[in-house]
Ligand binder design. Sequence first.
Ligand SMILES: Cc1cc2nc3c(=O)[nH]c(=O)nc-3n(C[C@H](O)[C@H](O)[C@H](O)COP(=O)(O)O)c2cc1C
Length: 188
Amino acid sequence: MPQLAVIVASTRPGRAGPAIADWFLARAKDHGELDAGLVDLAEVNLPFLDEPEHPSRGHYLHPHTRRWSAIVASTDAFALVLPEYNGGLPAPLKNALDFLYEEWAHKPVGLVSYGMGSAGKHAAGMAEQVVTALRMRPAPTRVAVPLRECFGGEAVHPNEAMESAAHGMLDELTSMTGATREEGSGVR
Ligand SMILES: Cc1cc2nc3c(=O)[nH]c(=O)nc-3n(C[C@H](O)[C@H](O)[C@H](O)COP(=O)(O)O)c2cc1C
């Protein structure tokens, strides 16, 4: 079964990210077509990009980069669970994306955004620009979580739009992952 990493993209104490990622992970497990697990950027604990060479060369000096590279290289698809900070994507996610290059290429990615005003839609738009530059393939359906309406401090209270978008995105990621395998070397 293809592997899906649900990435918690906020790292600050008291963050909402893990609760929202847990909700999406539960939907991915119910969906049942992808082998889904959480990857928490707070635990990955990358410093700001500190590699001397361009990531596209794949010559990594630091053990933290090699560990991150191994996680991303062994994953078939991603769901980025990202908050909106000041109208954009969170810095830890941008940094984690910038650390690598080939490891992301051609892989499907779903954007699960959240925020106060616009459910993180500006953050999702910026993230889509970045993942497209990395030659990833964004799922057409985005999930947007309006925190005021659907988050109670600890628990997510999903609305119908969230549920239906999550299901649609998981369908898309599943079929896009199949396409990735066909496009690949045929080794897998
Ligand atoms: C530094 C910062 C900037 C924020 N900027 C926005 C924003 O531009 N738009 C928005 O809808 N919410 C904004 N918020 C509210 C966040 O979406 C909300 O606090 C959310 O819980 C942040 O995700 P996190 O708890 O996982 O860190 C901001 C929060 C922080 C901490």
